[in-house]
Write a protein that binds this ligand. Sequence first.
Ligand code: FAD
Ligand code: FES
Ligand code: FES
Length: 1381
Amino acid sequence: MELAKKLVFVLNGQKTQVDLSQIHPATTLLSYLRCHTQYKGAKLGCGEGGCGACVVHLSKYNTDTKETEEFSISSCLTLLGSIDGCSITTSEGLGNCRDGHHAIHKRVSGFHASQCGYCTPGWCMSLYGALRQAEAKGKHDHRQGFSKFSVLEAEKAIAGNLCRCTGYRPIADVCKSFAGDVDLEDLGLNTFWKKNEVPDPNKLPEYNSIGLSTNSKFCRKSCEDSIRPTLNFSYKDEFSGEERVWIRPSSLDDILGALEKAVKENVEPKLVVGNTSAGIYKNIEPKVFIDISNISELQVIRRHDSEIEVGAAVTISKLIEALEDTNAIADDVLDNGKVIPTRNLVFEGIANHLKKVASGYIRNTASIGGNIIMAKKFSFDSDVATILLGINASVKIIISERTESLLTMEEFLDKTCLDSGTLLLSVYIPYWNEIRNPVEDSGINGNSDICENLLFKTYRAAPRPLGNAVSYVNAACLAQIYPSRRQGNLVAKSLRLAFGAFGVRHAIRATSVEEFLVDRAISPAILLEAIEMLKLHVIPVEGTRKSAYRQSVAVGFLFDFLSPLVKEVVPPRIIDSVQVNNSQNGNTPNCGKWPCKPKSITAGKQTMEFHHEYNPVGQPSPKVAAELQASGEAVFVDDIPSPDNCLYGAFVYSKKALALIKKVGVKDAFQSPSVVSYITFTDIPKQGRNIGLDGFFGEDILLAEETVECFGQPIGLMVADTWHDAKRAADKVTIDYDCETLGPPILSVEDAVAKNSFYQVPGWMAPKPIGDLAKGMSEADIRIESAEVRMGSQYYFYLETQTVLAIPDEDECMTVYSACQSPDIIQKTIAKCLGIPIHNVRVITRRVGGGFGGKACRSVPIAVTCALAAYKLKRPVRMYLDRKTDMIITGGRHPIKAIYTVGLKNDASITAMHVDLFIDAGHTVDLSPMLPLNIVSTMKKYNWGALSFDYKVCKTNLPSKSAMRAPGEAQGSFIAETIIEHVAEILSLDPAVVREKNMHTLESTKLFYGSCVKSSIDYTFPSILEKLKQSASLNERMENIRDFNVANRWFKRGLSWVPCFYPVRLQSRPARVTVFKDGSIAVEVGGVELGQGIWTKVKQMTAYALGQLWPGLSGDIMAKVRIIQADSISLAHGGLTASSTTSEQSCEAVRQACNILIERLQPVQTLLNKRNPNGFSWMDLIFQAQLQSVDLSAQTYWVPDSSASQYLNYGAAATEVEVDLLSGATTIIQTDIIYDCGRSLNPAVDLGQIEGAFVQGVGFFMTEEHVVDKNGKLVSDGTWTYKVPTIDTIPQKFNVELLNSPLHQARILSSKASGEPPLLLASSVHCAIREAIRAARKELATNNNKHFRMDSPATMDVIKSLCGLDSIELYLKSLSISSKQ
Ligand SMILES: Cc1cc2nc3c(=O)[nH]c(=O)nc-3n(C[C@H](O)[C@H](O)[C@H](O)COP(=O)(O)OP(=O)(O)OC[C@H]3O[C@@H](n4cnc5c(N)ncnc54)[C@H](O)[C@@H]3O)c2cc1C
Ligand code: FES
Ligand code: FES
């Protein structure tokens, strides 16, 4: 085998050659880009194809078609060997600050669509890919300056990209702004046209369709030149000591030869097409990689008489395209010259379903063959296999000795044994419309699922409607139907019912059901019988999560599919022409028909006033560095080039929840010469201490000594020459545990209570009860006794995981670059751990890819461990936690159990409430003692009469829980709403009535919140609520919902509003402002830029404050300010960036520093005024000041006035949802928020905070399920199992209004906080779901109108269970009984 020396590809327009002897064939494109090039725009967010942070654009010359194909790909899964001869463009290649940014980058900035910026380059590239595709294949008319894709297509293009900061609405606006059918009036707040101005397309940054590098002819030429038929290389893997081989054969024959060789040598080769399976099956380390992506026979899409042949290496995207465009498949002309019908229901159905498989950037490389091989070999929960089974597809494979076999999907999945030499050649999709027997009008025209006499539907129940989530259960059902003359009914002539992904080895057919139903008139009783038979097929294997739910959904699918054939049944998906008038934007499913095509996934209105008294403060200035973030030039910690000699660390952590460590075995790990050291607590210097967090409430241990106290507790750090080797070495460490001596771990609050395992809450942190509980209870007419509600945990899911770089310096000093929320805490903890003075440690944080509290304390032990390794080894060490490790060790939000007793009067006024709180704090104290105070602070949002509580902060053997955005406040608010809902149910009242009845007056607010509220100026809530009722037309919509619910049996809607009361406290902050000789200004603040926009607000404040020197100066200053990274030595005592108030505190500190400068500059100004009566410039002033030796650097430490250091934030939100009772899926139809953030310092930034927080709350209350198994191990440990909201799970209509607040002396320029409080408003989604369920329970055969408990999150299975997993059976039973009567 001839080996190639170089791999050649074009990177951002530059021909790039890679020495193949240095490349492990398992090297991903992302890893190469990040480790070996200057392009860091593609980020590692998950490494499993689930987040989109790594998306880049690929152009490839197709030697068969002689055309260049282009599409977006996930660089974290694409192997470097696969891109030989291709051109890769990263976001930097689209545009950059030297050559000019691309229109996408500029629109990101102008639509305020980037916050932390870590996700931004990825989705810029997804959008770019869609733009390029539309250019080549777009179906819509070309509109000058716009793309050929539609608004909906534009949004769908980024449906697989995650963003944890923005809430997606502004990102959607960027995408839509390119769409040919966009109505610019629909786009949100932006800098291109002013509010109330008629939008002008010419003001949008010009879209000239191509990026800088993809435009290059050179790039295309280089690609063509680099094409070569084969590429073989081999690499000696030092770690395993084995040879790893990459083969790219040039013919089918060569593939078979390579497979035969592999079989002979007894190695399991990896056949590579897209390599997307590596996102799922991560621990497979193949020795031989055979790249089969370039073989013509495997790429074919060819139409035959009765079927379409699809080569195994055809990507899902290409198949969708082909199925949608029947002509495209037909280039060979039908073998028998038959006419092709214009519509093919089966093809359409398959294409629509495939569009929900993974996400665009995965489908572009993921092959059909790879998918069904995964289904077969690894029991992967495939959609493709289920569909192919449902439509009676067949496959051609070559097993061994080159024998071809044509197998039905059943034979393939069930009977065939694949060996390592098996090659899947092609898939055959039967052309169903061709084999039909024309029959007379079936009488069911108008049902879009029925074409001629064919009924075909596919299903998937998944946490995300548009994909990027494998399904809990999927199905493909097909029937040929005809009207039975005998019975006057429709009957199925042939039937195929395939179900998969429900916890089964592979997709199955419900054959007994098929046989039972064929040729039968289906009555409710027959359908019921069929359902009972189906349940015998759909039996998840033992241990499958949500088993009963999955089975019940499968029943729902069958019911849905067959309902058109059962006269008596109310069809699930037909809305009885109810016109509900909240569909102004044509965006909701209320169009009277089902399914109706929404024009866009999400839209919204933003209402706010801009105030000019503190210009430019108060203006919606674009986010500082937004374009740099979009282009990927913004530098995050992991983007800092590794210093010479740099090492990499990977944690070895406990795999037991509570145990003694008997022995640690590291011998195997040290087999590789790349492994340098294993760091443990014994490496802590004698003068230091084993401390991982020097926190507010105590100290956390750094590395376990004799015992481990939770699954995921760090025990040691493997240090190696590369990140991958460190990881692999860590995996090789063996640990013997003694799990007996210490007894069973504490894994629940109940266990903690039983074992008295608690943390103490200091007196100053303890919340105070209000009123006289006994008296309040005695006044009550009714009591709710000891009712319970629970809230789960939530993982931060910042897109940038924990990352750090530690560089030892002279004289026992250490510089640490950390993605953290408090350089301060890290600095002092490192000093304590190493036993060195604090001034020896410098911690620098430029920007952080999202924190949400997870980088407040949880980043500290990681930075300290890294510093310890660097200290010991006297070499730079860097760490970047992979997503799984990050999820396992960093904990998250506190799970809470609340037990409440409430006293109420018959008129719904609550007289007293007592709550027992059980807070799961995990194995270290962290910030947990503050939880009771925080919980109670938001629980107080209603006037409970008397309020008392008891709390237990439980020490459990789970990873330490820390502050997460609105820590405790989110839960407190939820508990309050749960109680209100409970009271409403007891009294059979609308919860809104109970809310209003118990709403605070100014006086009761003062009683509950003390000095936070002083006068009616402070109490804006009543006006917020009144406005909300009007602007969201609450009463009218409530009426419509009632009508809708009467008309729809299987879809129910609910509408609910909730208030938010959220106290905050201001802290001291430092700031320094320095003016340089050229008039440029550097500003340092204690707060860290996490995406919350602190730099933008600080910049505006600097311009405003220095602008006081003379009118019109602020504009000049804005252009001269640069905000500098947080640095614990340069600007000490920066504090913790948390609690929503860091921006305003930092702004005030900056204003004071500017005032000092102004004081120093004023004498100079007076002098210049005299000399230059016609005026002078900022530069003149600074020049003169320097001549006069004025100190142009001013530092302050702002301390808030204690009388005004606390205030209350208010908001309210109303949400309408629609629940699909068959699957439990929820659609958020509309959310309206009104929020008071005072006179906003920057309305665009605050709007972003409000929307982003709300959507994070939607995750907490609806989709994010943090699951721990009975051994204390986190189950939801990646993007596969943990589902943060995506663009398709946010409100379809998302309206936000900033209250036009009056000036307020005690606030910083009259502003208020916006970072955390709006998260609480997302409980309106939970409450609205509850309303929908209530409507369902009233009506469904369960007829259960009693109170029901609904914990958080309300996931699909929770919702469906509450509506009755057997609701269909009960419904059919009731129909059968009534038909008998
Ligand atoms: C984030 C993400 C989400 C996903 N979501 C879904 C989903 O919702 N529904 C769904 O159905 N799928 C989903 N998938 C699976 C995806 O469709 C498959 O990973 C993909 O189709 C595999 O194709 P590939 O070309 O990347 O295979 P590769 O990774 O290249 O190969 C996969 C396996 O198949 C073998 N193989 C490949 N081709 C052949 C062949 N011709 N003959 C014999 N063996 C072969 C390889 O040796 C390997 O073992 C998802 C994947 C990802 C990464
Ligand atoms: S890093 Fe590639 S998809 Fe997440
Ligand atoms: S801006 Fe999207 S993750 Fe931060």
